[in-house]
Design a protein around this ligand. Sequence first.
Ligand code: ARG
Length: 259
Amino acid sequence: MKLLVRAALVAVTLAAWGVAASPASAAPVSPAVVGGTRAAQGEFPFVVRLSMGCGGALYSPTIVLTAAHCVSRTGTNTSITATLGSVDLQSSSRITVRSNYVYQAPGYNGNGKDWALIRLASPVTSLATLPLATTTAYDSGTFTIVGWGAASEGGAQQRYLLKATVPFVSDTTCNSRTMYNGEVIASDEICAGYASGGTDTCQGDSGGPMFRRDAGNAWIQVGIVSWGDGCARPNKPGVYSQVSTFAANIKAAAASLGG
Ligand code: ARG
C-alpha cells in the first residue's frame, strides 16, 4: 500500500532522533539510500540536507527544491536550517543557512504535486546548482539517487551522504498489479528501481533529487523523492515527483520568490 506522506514525515522526524517508528499504514521505516555507497566530497555539490529530516537540491543560490510533504504550508518560515557543501553533516566546513520563506505547490493534497521551494535567508554562491529537466527527454535511463536518509528500511539517518543508481520504471509497469496497482499518478510521478529491490531511497531522503546526465553530460534533475512501499522491497520501486511536469511551475514560483 502507499506509504502516506504525512506518516512518512512523522517517521522521518522520529528517525532523526533515532526513534524507530512504524506507521500503521506501512512496514517499519528505515534509514537513507538503501544499497548505496558513500558519495565523494564535491561529487554532488547541489545536494541539501534540511533540518526537518528531508533532502533538497539547490535550484539557484537562494532557492532549494524539495518535496511538498516535507513542509506544511506556504508562507514566511525562518525555522528550517539547510546544510550544504559537505557530504559530512558534521563537517566544520559545512555551510548552514536559515530559510526565510516556504512555497508549497498550490493544490498539494498528498496525491501528486509533491514539490516545494525553500528560500534561503542568504545566497549560497559557492556551490553548483542543479538544473531542472524541462521536457520528458530525460525521463528514462539510469538515475542517480542521493541522501542522508535511512540505509535500510527502519534504519537510522546517516551522517555521510549516500548515493546509488536505479533504472527507470515505466508508469505502466509501476502501476501493474504486482507493483503499485494504479496508485501512481502517471502525469505527476516517475518510478525508478529494480524489480528485485535492494536499491532505493528511504525515509529521510524525501525531497532530495533524482538526476542523470543530459546530452551535454551535465547533471539534470528528473525527480524529487516522494514515496514508496517500505524501502528497496522487490516490486516496489521508489516513486518520485516528475520534475519535467512541474518545471515551468517551479521556475515561475522561484522567480516570484526572487530567485
Ligand atoms: N516519504 C519518504 C520520506 O519522507 C521517502 C520515501 C521514499 N521511499 C522509497 N521507497 N523510495 O523521506
